[in-house]
Design a protein around this ligand. Structure first.
Ligand code: HEM
Length: 248
């Protein structure tokens, strides 16, 4: 037990934890994307999926807590390893700042990771907690969610151009983070060698780009008119009383 604790607090152990937690978070990102891409199917599909999740707290809460724990481990390992790297070599050889290598890549990972963190906080307030004041939408997202109409909620949310732009920038940060992070994960797990290493790095960048295109396609499609007819029908059917404009 003591040996295990010692391993997971050593720098090799923390790299392993960072890679493992990052890999599991990546699986969530892929699953979440596949769930969200149902917006390109008839509305019943994504609404049934969201309703199932929302009405099964025994399934939802363990997943939420696991995601939170994985995020905590990932951020803790990244922050402590970066701090130690900096302390070990605050300036490069010959007294110049170290220009390349681990310091630069960890710095871009920190910046994209922090931007991603800010995006996820906004995203949770927007669609999970549903704080109306930050949505800028013409109809109440809360009322749409209460009717388990996640399709209409997403269309109404992304009809606001600056919200869509923020999402595209947020998933851009995710793409940058994954483009480097997946390659680093293969390295930390010892799956890279001279033959496969460059190929795995390229594959990581391609996967990150596909994830970006998948997520970004949703706000872009809504801005191009996808789902607007359906949203109008919902607003007419349930009436302005059920779907009021958010208070300014
Ligand atoms: C265009 C991009 C995205 C769309 C359209 C989207 C859509 C949604 C929606 C509609 C919900 C609320 C589900 C519900 O409560 O019924 C949600 C929740 C969530 N999203 Fe996203 N999402 C996007 C990107 C992301 C990204 C990039 C991440 C993480 C890196 C992420 C992480 C989460 C998390 C953690 C939740 C909370 C799940 C829960 O309720 O426990 N999302 N998303």
């Amino acid at each position: 037990m003591k040996t295990l604790a010692h391993f997971f607090t050593s720098s090799v152990g923390r790299k392993f934890l960072m890679a493992g937690s990052g890999g599991l978070l990546f699986l969530f990102v892929v699953g979440h994307l596949l769930g969200n891409l149902q917006i390109f199917l008839p509305p019943e599909n994504i609404n049934a999926y969201a309703k199932y999740l929302q009405t099964h707290p025994a399934l939802l809460w363990p997943v939420r807590l696991a995601l939170l724990a994985l995020l905590g481990i990932h951020v803790w390992a990244a922050a402590t390893l970066t701090r130690e790297n900096r302390a070990a070599r605050p300036v490069g050889y010959w007294g110049r700042p170290a220009p390349y290598g681990a310091t630069l890549s960890s710095r871009t990972m920190m910046v994209s990771g922090l931007a991603l963190g800010a995006f996820v906080i906004y995203h949770l307030l927007h669609y999970t907690v549903v704080v109306e004041g930050i949505s800028g939408a013409q109809v109440s997202l809360r009322a749409l969610k209460a009717q388990h109409d996640v399709y209409a909620m997403m269309v109404a949310g992304f009809s606001v151009w600056y919200v869509s732009l923020f999402y595209i920038l947020g998933v851009g940060a995710l793409c940058m983070h994954l483009g480097h992070g997946l390659g680093a994960m293969f390295q930390s797990l010892g799956w890279k060698n001279a033959t496969y290493g460059p190929c795995l790095d390229r594959a990581a960048r391609v996967v990150a780009l596909l994830i970006f295109l998948g997520y970004a396609s949703i706000p872009v499609a809504v801005l191009c008119g996808h789902g607007q007819n359906y949203l109008q029908q919902v607003v007419q059917r349930v009436g302005a009383a059920s779907v009021p404009a958010p208070s300014k």
